[in-house]
Design a protein around this ligand. Structure first.
Ligand code: SAM
Length: 275
């Protein structure tokens, strides 16, 4: 386990994931019964963009710093821009919120949040980032197993699945986890983040998702460059399972990222054939 999100926090892929996540949470918490969010790969919760990792990679400079300076970013980015501005006291962007901080801020008092992180140092930081959020719990454990074991059998549940993809079995474990959680509770919805390197790996995952999981699946792709070099992260994608009504936001988010932050990439949002 070498992956450290501190190198990548606030990059183009975080912008896609976090902007969509906040728009989705706004809908899910606008009314209705309590919501449980289970974040299978939570990370440390808050990131220091002035730290050595972020400075070395320069990814936040090319991502969140450009979004915050943009004159005409789409409305779909507004909740993320406001969250980052609030975290930084309206000044220069020195800190970036991870999914745990964003989720904890967005939930209502009656909602529940479980943040899973396997790496101990990251989990310790996560626990302190979530201090003061009475309805948020953390678990230093495998998030795939926890998502199934801790999935409530009734009520609304959102799984956020954002693995580092260091291991080849991440793709298979996503599908298995989702299928098992939805078997336990058919109301489970999911937002899954995926890297776009080469099309073969991505298409194979989409076929497995179609075969393994019942329900509506919407895919949103943001490519920052053509998928010519499979060793590079050439873009990212989100798979939304059981989540209707987010298409316009996804188009705006992926379109802006590909166009404003990319070099000859593109974006598209589509539904899988079976949905
Ligand atoms: N979701 C976070 C966010 O948006 O701020 C970023 C998560 S980062 C991409 C992936 C994290 O998963 C890393 O912190 C890594 O240590 C952790 N991790 C790796 N394997 C895991 C597993 N099986 N269960 C839980 N966490 C895991």
């Amino acid at each position: 386990m070498n992956y450290r999100h501190a190198f990548h926090a606030g990059n183009f892929a975080d912008l896609v994931k976090h902007a969509a996540l906040l728009r989705l949470l706004a809908r899910l918490t606008a009314g209705g019964p309590p919501l449980t969010v289970i974040d299978t790969h939570a990370g440390r919760g808050l990131y220091d963009l002035a730290g050595p990792e972020a400075r070395k990679s320069g990814e936040a400079e090319a991502g969140i710093v450009r979004l915050m300076a943009a004159k005409a970013a789409p409305e779909a980015f507004r909740p993320l821009i406001e969250a980052v501005a609030a975290l930084n006291g309206g000044g220069a962007v020195r800190r970036y919120p991870g999914s745990p901080w964003l989720i904890a801020q967005a939930l209502r008092p009656g909602d529940r949040y479980l943040a899973c992180e396997l790496r101990k140092e990251e989990h310790d930081a996560l626990r302190s980032a979530l201090k003061g959020h009475a309805n948020a719990k953390t678990l230093c454990a495998d998030g795939y197993a926890a998502a199934v074991e801790r999935c409530p059998p009734r009520g609304r549940v959102l799984l956020v699945i954002d693995p580092p993809f260091e291991k080849a079995d991440d793709y298979g474990r996503i599908v298995d986890t989702l299928a098992a959680a939805r078997e336990r509770n058919p109301l489970v919805q999911a937002l899954i983040w995926l890297p776009l390197k080469d099309l073969e790996t991505f298409d194979a995952f989409l076929r497995d998702l179609e075969d393994g999981v019942d329900g509506e699946v919407e895919i949103a792709e943001a490519r920052i460059r053509p998928l010519a070099d499979p060793m590079k992260m050439n873009g990212c994608a989100l798979a939304l399972v059981g989540v209707p009504g987010l298409t316009t936001d996804l188009e705006a988010i992926c379109g802006w990222v590909a166009q404003a932050l990319g070099e000859g990439g593109g974006s598209r949002v589509y539904r899988l054939a079976s949905s």
